[in-house]
Design a protein around this ligand. Sequence first.
Ligand SMILES: Nc1ncnc2c1ncn2[C@@H]1O[C@H](COP(=O)(O)OP(=O)(O)OP(=O)(O)O)[C@@H](O)[C@H]1O
Length: 284
Amino acid sequence: MAAPFLSVSDLSVRFDTDAGSFAAVDGISFELARGEILALVGESGSGKSLTSLSVMRLLPPAAAMTGTIRIDGTDVTTLSRRAMQDVRGARIGMIFQEPMTSLNPVLSIARQMTEGLRRHRGMGKTDAEMRAIAALVDVGIPDPEGVMRQYPHQLSGGMRQRVMIAAALTLEPGVLIADEPTTALDVTVQAQVLDLLVDLKTRLGSGILLITHDIGVVAETADRVAVMRRGKIVESGSVAEVLENPAHSYTRGLMAAHLTLDRVMEKRGGRPPRLTAPPEEIRS
Ligand SMILES: Nc1ncnc2c1ncn2[C@@H]1O[C@H](COP(=O)(O)OP(=O)(O)OP(=O)(O)O)[C@@H](O)[C@H]1O
């Protein structure tokens, strides 16, 4: 593997409750290189989102974080808020499940897409607009100039998701964190957005940390996977290793809940799906 762009070691996130302190993320470590997709998978409450928020240093104030997070060699856990603002956007991009939470409803797409370029890269208006249009083309938007003039509510959910990805990519971050990026989309658009992430990883060489509860998404998209349960990583490795031969009963449970092994293999093109005869009663 190439030198990791993102390296997380012994990360814990604790909350104090009436019943005492509990670790929602409990001593996890992982690395992500440019040009690869690492999926963090696990059921609701396993600590995936708190992990991605830790990397962005956007944890809620009640959370107490320990451990080390290096981005391109810099330990971001010790950076000031201001220095961290420069790292976010410039070196890490983030896309969420619901684009409306990160797109501002009262600003045109042009304004939102050029803001980061002007602030972090010191670009003039025209250069920033040209870069933004190129990013919209990159994510497969057919009429980029038209979309630049529009407002978020004028776009479909799938288009908004593409715009959010394009906005994150204008600054060519080394890491893109995608937290359940397709959960709110219908199945066809979901597949298009996943294809887009794989394509961007290859073309732009960004590393992608993909947070998902859906092992089918992992099978289709990721290179490596780390399986989280109750704040810990219980299993990790290449997607082929982990999904074809899951060592942990929890991983097998997750797979059974979402996908049969045959479907995993079929999605990965590893082996043809088993052709089972339809049951007697539905044969004509
Ligand atoms: N502000 C908070 N105060 C107390 N506990 C919290 C807080 N935020 C999250 N938690 C707890 O931390 C645990 C992990 O939450 P997290 O959101 O990271 O899970 P997740 O795996 O991303 O789940 P989901 O898929 O539902 O988003 C959960 O048990 C959650 O209840």
